[in-house]
Design a protein around this ligand. Sequence first.
Ligand code: SF4
Length: 454
Amino acid sequence: MPDLQLLAAPQYFLTPDSLLLRVDPTISLDPALPPPFGQVQRAYDLSFRVGWLLDWLGVPQIPGVNPEDWLVGAIAPSYPATLLGDGLARVQPLLKVLGGRPCGYHQAIARNPLYEGVDLTDVRRSHGCSFCNWSMPDVSAPQASALDLAREQLQAAELPSRSPRSVGHYDLYDSRILAHIDAFAELVIELGLPPSMFYVHPRIDEVIGARKKLDRALQRFAATGHRLFLHRVGVENLSPAENARFNKAIDLERVETFLEQIDGYHRDFPETFFCHKTLGYILYTPWTTLDDLQISLDACDALAFQGSNEWLCSTLEMDEGAAITRLAEKQGGLLVDAYEDPAFLYMTSSEFNFRRWLRPWRFADARVALFFRMIVRLVALELRRPSGDAVFAQDELFAWSARLLEANDLLGVSRVRLARALCSALRRQEAPQEPKALLIQVLTQVAGRPLRAV
Ligand code: SF4
């Protein structure tokens, strides 16, 4: 019997990338994890093994096949599904090329001095980024070759003719492939695949490390009509203090090297290479200081953030099972029962992805809290997303800010410029001032003239 409460959770309806039904009531749940993680996690880990699937289907185990074997590598892949209607085909759904795991970053969080004395028992990830909630068990035996697994799956999906399920867009799940991307390009060409798009989601340092191989792969792809897309590349934060807390190990120098590298690819392979220029960024955590904000604002041109101001609204998603949540718990005073301001819900509402399991938190620095409160409203007034604005539907400060900007013809003023002015004004203050007075002061300075009152 499916867990109806889980299925009814809006995140499953609103992001139906995948849906896992817990059909076997004998699967014991992990009581340490809150819903929906507890329900999903156990079945998710097990569902990559042969034995689990056969039990789930209610059929006998296969003689000679170890139930503990991974499905990927043990069974022949097949893609018999058909996309129904034009709409689905237009979405161009990806086929995952399975193998390994999607992130190869394993820096131990316990070795980070900031986490000394923090209880990391049963955190979702004890290695990698401290905020990451991405559960990523191996989906194949660790010793199985990434290229062999890819060969088998691409052949099944594309040869002798393209499966109706495939639109030629492949998500390369296995993080090991990037380190062999030139060999992967040769494999694709050797197989004679029709022109396809391959998505990878690497870390910045992996792209830098694979530069020579990427150069070769892109030349081969360009000559044969294939394309490569780097996505979900995260910087997270350039302030050394925030970055260290994230256990991220990325700095501005490496970000600039990466951007220079992908700029070159965009220039040399315009039909072949694609990358989201806006990199993943978490501007706010409970510990954020005005100095941290200043570092990010100073670097935003280098980060190519000019195109979108969403990063000015991006808060840490404090997952129950994340190491950084344990850090906040240990420190005390940062986790709260409910967010103190609707601006905390702006991003998730804009994305229609209400993550109800997140732990609400508050800023330690009241001046940063005020900066956040103001700039999210100002960005929302620029983006005017109905779903995002809904969180401010009853908000008097939001409505007043809209009237003030409109009456003074300032709706179009650069939000980064406003953010810089807000940050500077707050840095001059010992204690935060009243929000409306602060906004009038900042807008007057930016406009260079007295404002019309509203
Ligand atoms: S945030 Fe990205 S790089 Fe960091 S651990 Fe998670 S998947 Fe890996």
